[in-house]
Design a protein around this ligand. Structure first.
Ligand code: BES
Ligand code: MN
Ligand code: ZN
Length: 492
């Protein structure tokens, strides 16, 4: 993906395109007059005549000869007082698409001068940097065929804001987030015959050598030897070697790290509890949590914040085979607790529980946040708009909710409690791996909670948010924005 060159302090810069915010009544944001004093009359006429509606999502490109910038992109923001975050972001995306379809190479972007109620200039700079950098992303793996890599004409974007450390940091964070998201998207879009556990491990090693992270990869024999009976039970049905992928970023002094754990099922067939055939291809994104961990690490590598973070990814396929686990099988997890596997399709929790135990034993983290495409039930409960959040520590949950509000990569908390935990009762082991259809996302989290009793822990169910189906089928890069924001918030 091409990296745009972002900068602040517009008066010092040359630009060939002006991106101008317009409100529903035809008024330009006042910042525009500093750069193009004579534009208001023309825009008022365009709005009055119905040639431009100035609604969020609408844009109009004016190409002019003579003095001033060659292009002016009018970007509708609707009614100023009613500008919501959702509408603002849809305007940014529409602007990015319009720029992409133009000859713009250097743009002065005045959209950041406008903010929805309750949000400030640095927020808007961050969102603009993120959206415009994201618009350069296209899935371009060799298996897609040629000519898919985007080749944007845009090189540089300038914001009309003071070049101070706050604005600078906002801009860098927005761009680093988009760069991290692109890695997450690439991995989740990649078919499972390419994106194997070994490929995820190699990606981690590459990030390690680029940015200086320590990496450590465990293979099947080591993990069997260590007693990861639950993770290895899922992996035993596949010929493709499983991996436990560990990365550590040391940006702080020797304080305990924050741990990110990501579900890395590179393909989920369901196993012997086989999934129906329709849309099964989408189960290549069942490593969306793992991809998010790697995307966040990419962003950390770019941003180098003063903190310590570890990433742990259990990666395997979930396959039916002559050697696969069967319903009713009982396995012993790394924690020593035994599990009756009543449904082999509830495999995410089986690999995560050993990863959570391993993370605590190895890194003694102060907090753990796991990310997993864990349950279809989460999509039924919340749709595709927010990730499910469950936590054993409300301060941690609140921090994730706040980060989600700031980035609009939102999360919604669901409860945990004994009642749901009781649904996991088994007659043949310490617990069953499913708790019935009712409250399916909560019982899945409740299962994980049994392995995180001694640590502050939060779980994000990203089944609904990591991917979009339909015509624009593909990975979204979520929840990278929220996790990056959450981590940076932990420093202040
Ligand atoms: N990977 C799936 C969850 C999923 C479903 C993610 C749809 C994204 C889209 C997970 O491993 C799974 O199969 N969960 C089961 C749990 C059930 C067997 C208790 C589910 O949601 O049906
Ligand atoms: Mn499954
Ligand atoms: Zn799964």
């Amino acid at each position: 993906m091409k990296r745009l060159s972002f900068s602040l302090n517009a008066h010092a810069q040359h630009f060939d395109t002006l991106i101008a915010p317009v409100f529903a009544d035809g008024t330009l944001d006042q910042s525009v007059s500093d750069f193009q004093a004579d534009l208001q009359d023309q825009v008022s006429q365009l709005v009055d005549s119905g040639d431009f509606s100035a609604k969020p999502g609408k844009t109009l490109l004016l190409v002019q000869t003579g003095t001033g910038p060659k292009r002016i992109l009018l970007v509708g923001l609707g009614e100023a007082e009613k500008l919501s975050v959702k509408a603002y972001l849809s305007a940014l995306k529409a602007a990015a698409t319009a720029i992409e379809n133009s000859g713009a190479q250097t743009a002065l972007n005045l959209l950041a001068q406008v903010q929805p109620n309750g949000f400030d200039l640095p927020w808007a700079i961050r969102q603009n940097a993120q959206v415009f950098q994201q618009s350069c992303y296209d899935y371009a793996h060799e298996s897609r065929g040629e000519h898919h890599a985007k080749d944007p004409k845009l090189n540089a974007m300038v914001f009309a804001a003071e070049a101070n450390p706050t604005n600078e940091a906002a801009m860098t964070q927005g761009q680093a987030t988009a760069i991290g998201m692109a890695l997450t998207q690439d991995l989740a879009n990649m078919p499972s015959n390419f994106c194997t556990p070994t490929h995820l491990a190699n990606t981690a090693k590459e990030l390690g050598s680029t940015y200086g992270f320590e990496t450590h990869i465990l293979d099947r024999e080591e993990m069997i030897e260590m007693g990861m009976g639950s993770f290895m039970a899922v992996a035993q049905g596949s010929q493709t070697p499983p991996k436990m992928i560990c990365l550590s970023y040391q940006g702080g002094s020797d304080e305990a790290p924050i741990a990110l754990v990501g579900k890395g099922v590179t393909f989920d067939t369901g196993g012997i509890s086989l999934k129906p055939g329709a849309d099964m291809d989408e189960m290549k994104y069942d490593m969306g949590g793992a991809a998010a961990v790697l995307g966040v690490f990419k962003a950390l590598g770019e941003l180098k914040p003063k903190m310590n973070v570890v990433g742990v990814i259990p990666a395997t396929e979930n396959m039916p085979s002559g050697n696969a686990i069967k319903p009713g099988d009982v396995v012993t997890s790394l924690s020593g607790q035994t599990i009756e596997i009543l449904n082999t399709d509830a495999e995410g929790r089986l690999i995560l529980c050993d990863a959570l135990t391993y993370t605590q034993q190895t890194y003694k983290p102060c907090k753990i946040v796991d990310m997993a495409t864990l349950t279809g039930a989460c999509i039924i409960a919340l749709g595709h708009h927010v990730s499910g959040l469950m936590a054993n520590d409300q301060t941690l949950a609140d921090a994730l909710i706040a980060a989600g509000q700031k980035t609009y990569d939102r999360v919604w908390q669901m409860p945990l409690g004994e009642e749901w935990d009781e649904q996991l009762k088994s007659n043949f082991a310490d617990m069953a791996n499913i708790g019935g259809r009712a409250g399916g996302s909560i019982t899945a989290a409740q299962f994980l909670a049994r392995f995180t009793k001694e640590v502050s822990w939060a779980h994000l169910d990203i089944a609904g948010t990591a991917w979009v189906s339909g015509a624009n089928k593909g990975a979204t890069g979520r929840p990278v924005p929220t996790i990056v924001q959450f981590l940076l918030d932990q420093i202040q």
